[in-house]
Design a protein around this ligand. Structure first.
Ligand code: GRG
Length: 296
């Protein structure tokens, strides 16, 4: 099986896990449950749950307790996309190749679907306590990482600075701060939770965090590049969105070629850091290399 086939198989497995943990749309709340599922199951690369599971396995993890956390991180990521597309933020009509949630279900339901996914993420992750009581301390630590990296010290914090800076020219320091929180934080959470639940040491978790920070930055710079050179058909979302929203990006700040070099440099540094851990996961290394040249 080649890398792409293996990756497709892993994406299908992750989608199976997502379905397993989704609530059954029933009763009077049916509408919100449908709206939650609408965007969550619309596709997407599933990078975060994949990085989580691969890191977990790299540290020798084999148990099902990783599953509720894989679902939780994808739910948090999806809620952020739903809210980011709202009229009050980027006001976009397409995401993951579909009309955005607020376009289909209305703005109020778009807000609620995002809120519901965020809440249900923690409700789902905490199911791990019932699956393996003896790992309660590790599960608690993993929940701590999830809360911090998606909150004001993580993704929401980055989004706040991003929204405030929109329409103004920001320097590289501020841009790095935004990317660090807005994008890297969830990637850090993904890989750190994998490490935490597999029982990695504090030092190993720090190295994972530092490596994931670089992966996240590289991922965001590539996102900036694709926003300029790709097509709506390939990305499943509008292109030139940064220009429309008057956002400073690595491409506007450093130019296209330098941005491409940064993606390569950061990814190589991230991979080298992981290799230094002397743990085996060739698929994870190959995935990180592939992300450098990703087209969507
Ligand atoms: C609204 C609280 C709140 C936060 C929004 C994450 C975010 C912050 C906004 C979404 C827009 C954006 C450019 C985010 C940066 C991270 C990023 C590149 C998201 C897209 O992730 P992919 O490419 O998407 O993994 P898929 O659809 O493949 O899952």
């Amino acid at each position: 099986m080649n890398f792409n086939e293996l990756r497709e198989e892993k994406v299908a497995e992750i989608e199976g896990v997502l379905k397993k943990y989704l609530p059954n749309a029933s009763n009077h709340q049916r509408k919100i449950m449908e709206a939650m599922e609408y965007n969550l199951m619309a596709g997407g690369k599933r990078i975060r749950p994949m990085l989580m599971k691969e890191t977990y396995e790299m540290f020798g993890g084999t148990e099902e307790i990783i599953e509720p956390f894989m679902v939780a991180i994808e739910m948090i990521h999806t809620y952020s996309l739903i809210h980011d597309d709202l009229p009050a933020m980027d006001n976009d009509d397409y995401r993951r190749g579909r009309k955005t949630t607020h376009i289909v279900y209305g703005e109020a339901m778009g807000i609620l679907a995002g809120d519901a996914l965020l809440n249900y993420a923690f409700e789902t992750a905490s199911k791990a306590f019932d699956m393996k009581k003896e790992d309660s301390y590790l599960i608690g630590k993993a929940l701590q990482v999830l809360g911090k990296k998606s909150g004001i010290y993580g993704m929401i914090g980055g989004q706040v600075v991003d929204v405030t800076a929109t329409g103004t020219k920001v320097d590289k320091n501020v841009l790095n701060f935004i990317y660090d929180l807005k994008t890297s934080a969830l990637i850090e959470a993904s890989m750190m939770i994998g490490a935490v639940l597999a029982g990695a040491t504090a030092k190993e978790i720090m190295i994972i965090e530092a490596s994931a920070k670089k992966v996240g930055l590289a991922f965001q710079i590539q996102d900036d590049i694709l926003d300029v050179i790709s097509t709506e058909g390939v990305l499943g979302k509008p292109i030139r969105s940064d220009e429309k929203n008057e956002k400073t990006t690595y491409v506007t700040l450093e130019g296209f070629e330098k941005a491409k070099e940064q993606v390569e440099t950061l990814s190589t540094e991230a991979i080298t850091m992981l290799q230094g851990l002397n743990r085996e996961n060739p698929y994870l290394m190959a995935l990180l290399e592939k992300l450098i040249y990703r087209e969507k």
